[in-house]
Design a protein around this ligand. Sequence first.
Ligand code: ADP
Ligand code: MG
Length: 303
Amino acid sequence: MDTPRPFAPRPERSAESDADGDDAVDISAPEPMGRHRLKVPEPEPLTAHGPARVIAVANQKGGVGKTTSTINLGAALAEYGRRVLLVDFDPQGALSVGLGVAAHELDTTIYNVLMERGVDIREVIRKTNVSGMDLLPSNIDLSAAEVQLVTEVGREQALGRAIKPVIGDYDVVLIDCQPSLGLLTINALACADHVLIPLACEFFSLRGVALLMDTIEKVQDRLNPDLTILGILATMFDPRTLHTREVRQRVEEAFGDLVFEAVINRTVKFPETTVAGEPITTWAPMSNGASAYRLLAREVIAR
Ligand code: ADP
Ligand code: MG
């Protein structure tokens, strides 16, 4: 992987200076980075479902949009007729809460599926208010699993074993990782086909990615040779500030075609959706945030 090069002045792109800060970048604009910006096709409808591609949404930095991207990518994939399972793999349970589930009140969660024999994962999976999208919830109990797993045989494969029975039921499984590179995240990487890396357009974000890439390489070497990086998603993008535009340019220079065309702008609509307990695709279906996650869903299907 190339190291990021220093900043170079770039021509202004009119599409990035929209005043409301809520517009996706115009992907048909002339491309200063030399990337091929192709139209992303409408996905073909599916006639049969499964087995799922498993995608870990990971970045050890918190607050970069992992959970938000898991919910909204999942909802957009479901709109395209994909059967989606969202796996909340963070003891904070933010994914569950973001879908309106009172996670702390649940008796059975992913913790029980991971740690107890004879627990049927299908009885723990819940429907969400998005048709075609289910949730394997989590709460603070999961933090105990991380400690308990350390002494288990095959400790890195616990999540893979847990979700195996339902892989055939879904087209996509999205795992919302916790903000660390600890054993839970390793479990997610060990059972995933791909990693999707949300990256906030802030200066400090790039530093952490090298460490994440290092971890991904170790998992590829030791646990999961088939793991690939699906792509890097620029999040929290504010087209009005030079700062975030520069960071996004650096991300594109460093990671080239790995960077998704879809860019998620910083907008208050996302915190609002958390309060509403539903995805942006249903909360504000015509918003640019919803369109951006639909574009991401098309790219994920196409890649
Ligand atoms: P992570 O899972 O990486 O910790 P979250 O998805 O939980 O990150 O996002 C952190 C906070 O930022 C949440 O309050 C969320 O509502 C908010 N947020 C996420 N994406 C955006 C965005 N594009 N614009 C503004 N706020 C956002
Ligand atoms: Mg999160």
